[in-house]
Design a protein around this ligand. Structure first.
Ligand code: 13P
Length: 313
């Protein structure tokens, strides 16, 4: 299949518009019917372009047929939604996603040597571009770990002096950078630390036409942490990136902002509260529907108050 069969847009197209309009397109991860509909409900309500992000493990979890069947049956605005492989770790998985009908793939060679990263990134671009599919690559290393999609390592900030040549050699359409964000809920010990905007400015000056991508951009809403803990959970010292810092990054050429942990927290908070307070209810549809609605609410909030992408379609 080809992504146009699903009336999907590429990330290159969505992000070019975002850069012109001074906003970012959110990339929200999904892994089942509820999380997919939560994101699409938010996109439809706010009339926002959205990137549906699927990690390698999420792809494995849903299976090719079920995933593409859900996309086929989903309701969304034509040419306003991208289907994106998040953190593909090999040429083969990127090729597989493209052949399924994804409109965008990320090859994550951030933990490889620079030469190896460039070599495989270029191979992915050469294949993807034959089908008009967009490619995201990464230079620099994020710290933190969500699951086995993202390896836990020490962070290495993106070197602004390398980006121009990296983009030229890899033919990447978008570039993920490391400026102090990290994956997962435990990004910071406090919420007072600041992203490296000095590095971001230099990167943006060196590659002004390439949309930049911020991974690990969840703000970890404290209301969800409190609610999870109130209803039997135990999450301590979890802090994210304050919204004001994400908005500043968006003003400096960040056009794609990746969020998964916030959705997980919204979902889990609602499930915990429901099961704790309605002790005799055992219908998964009831608590999953509740959780889906809470995730939609959070996506809407981020679209409107962080990304600035509402009413852009
Ligand atoms: P968070 O863990 O901050 O939500 O980041 C998700 C992400 O970057 C997925 O690629």
């Amino acid at each position: 299949m080809h992504y146009s069969d699903f009336k999907l847009a590429t990330t290159k197209t969505l992000l070019a518009r975002a850069m012109r309009g001074g906003y970012a397109v959110p990339a929200f991860n999904f892994y089942n019917l509820e999380t997919l509909s939560a994101i699409l409900d938010a996109a439809n309500i706010t009339q926002s372009p959205v990137i549906l992000a699927v990690s390698e493990t999420a792809l494995e979890y849903m299976g090719d047929k079920l995933l593409m069947g859900m996309i086929h049956g989903a309701t969304y605005k034509k040419n306003q939604i991208a289907l994106h492989l998040d953190h593909g770790h090999s040429f083969e998985i990127c090729k597989h996603a493209i052949n399924l009908g994804f409109s965008s793939v990320m090859f994550d060679g951030s933990t490889l040597s620079l030469d190896e990263n460039i070599k495989i990134s270029r191979r992915v671009s050469d294949y993807a571009h034959k089908f008009g599919v967009s490619v995201e690559t990464e230079l620099g290393v994020l710290s933190g770990k969500e699951d086995k999609n993202t390896k836990s390592t020490n962070p290495i900030y993106t070197d602004p002096n390398l980006v121009k040549d990296f983009v030229k050699q890899t033919k990447t359409d978008l570039l993920a950078i490391a400026i102090g964000t990290s994956h997962g809920a435990y990004k910071r010990k406090t919420n007072k630390e600041t992203l490296r905007f000095d590095i971001l400015k230099q990167i943006a000056d060196n590659i002004p036409n390439i949309p930049l991508v911020l991974h690990g951009a969840s703000n970890i809403p404290q209301k969800y942490i409190k609610n999870i803990n109130k209803f039997g959970g135990d999450i301590k010292n979890a802090f994210g990136i304050p919204p004001a810092q994400i908005r500043k990054a968006i003003s400096l050429h960040v056009a794609k902002v990746n969020v998964e942990s916030d959705s997980r927290l919204a979902f889990t908070s609602a499930v915990r509260e429901f099961l704790y307070t309605k002790k005799s209810d055992f219908n998964p549809r009831d608590y999953l529907c509740n959780a889906k609605n809470e995730m939609t609410k959070n996506c809407i909030n981020e679209i409107q108050n962080i990304m600035g992408s509402g009413y852009k379609i």
